[in-house]
Design a protein around this ligand. Sequence first.
Ligand SMILES: [Zn+2]
Length: 378
Amino acid sequence: MSTNNHEYRRDLQQDARAWARFTDTNYTAALRQMTSPLAQGFLGARVGARDLIAVLEDHPLVGADDDGPLLSDNGFYADEPWVFNGKTDYIELAMIIDMLRMFTPTPPGEEPEVSSYTLKHTAESFLAPHCTYVSNGRMIWAAAALDLPMVEPDGGSLNLLIGVAEREHDYVSRTVRDGHRRPQAHHFRPEAFIYLTSALDCAAAGEFIDSRWVQRTPVREAAHFHDWLVLQSSRNDPIGDFAVDYTAGVHDSDHRAARTPDELLSILYDVSHSPEAYDAAVRAIADWMSTSPLAAPIRTDRLRSDSHDVAGWGAGAGTVERDEFRCPCGDGAIIEEHENVPGFREHNVWLDCDKCRAEWRFVDGRSARQWGLVPATA
Ligand SMILES: [Zn+2]
């Protein structure tokens, strides 16, 4: 056994002794918990049992005061002592800690918004079947162990407000809790959500996970059109109304953000909307194109491609290629056709939709394959 291994082992044993004392259970049962695959720490280092116990003494908000402990299962300033089952208490706390690690902490200067009581329900659904009951007090305990921002709501309560990203929590809660409207887009999904879900399943099957979770540095992709469209919400016209609905849809994870007008049309194909909303979108795109030097003509989603052989006109056989794309409104198509026959080559592109023919035009000076559309008014 190497020195490191030896030290690790001794650390676990000391933890087990402290936990056995604290929860009034026997050493072997406590050591079994310390060494459980589910308590190994998936999104960060294992939080030791002695550290957890110390939090209840020393934490600036929930640590004990002169009159004794401030926290127990029911929450902040609850009177009754903790109830430990002696079998899974430490493992469950370790899993709640990992679940909280998944969320981006509230930045300094921003008020925590998510109630410990709401988070406890999310944890129960997310951690099921590995842990199906999480007390309000243990949720607060885990948050305190991670040093997450926490505040007492106005008027005092057994619940505290915990500083995790509210939108990320909303996404996870709606994804894991039955009967909640499931998100249709994933821009608020915590980066570790899928990793943690599968790591817990592997650990429950007895595996120790060797590969550590590595947080990627988030890259904010340029989204000039999105940023511009959100700003149009203050306008008092149909584009303003459309921008308000669009912004709410992104906020509620009903659809993704549109980095470009192409992506906005793509979103409109999938999301039910009124004809007036589509017309406002086209006007918004025309506005964006006439005001932004960054605007590019739109391209739409490809529907199908097809190529067939033709006999030719005396100089040998050739092919005709045909590509179909959605038209902007989605009811028709843009058709690109290429005849590649020796002695006869022709390339064409046209709009096979009466509505779009009236509202859009191809930009000049591009080949059939490079077509791009702009609103007729732009
Ligand atoms: Zn159309």
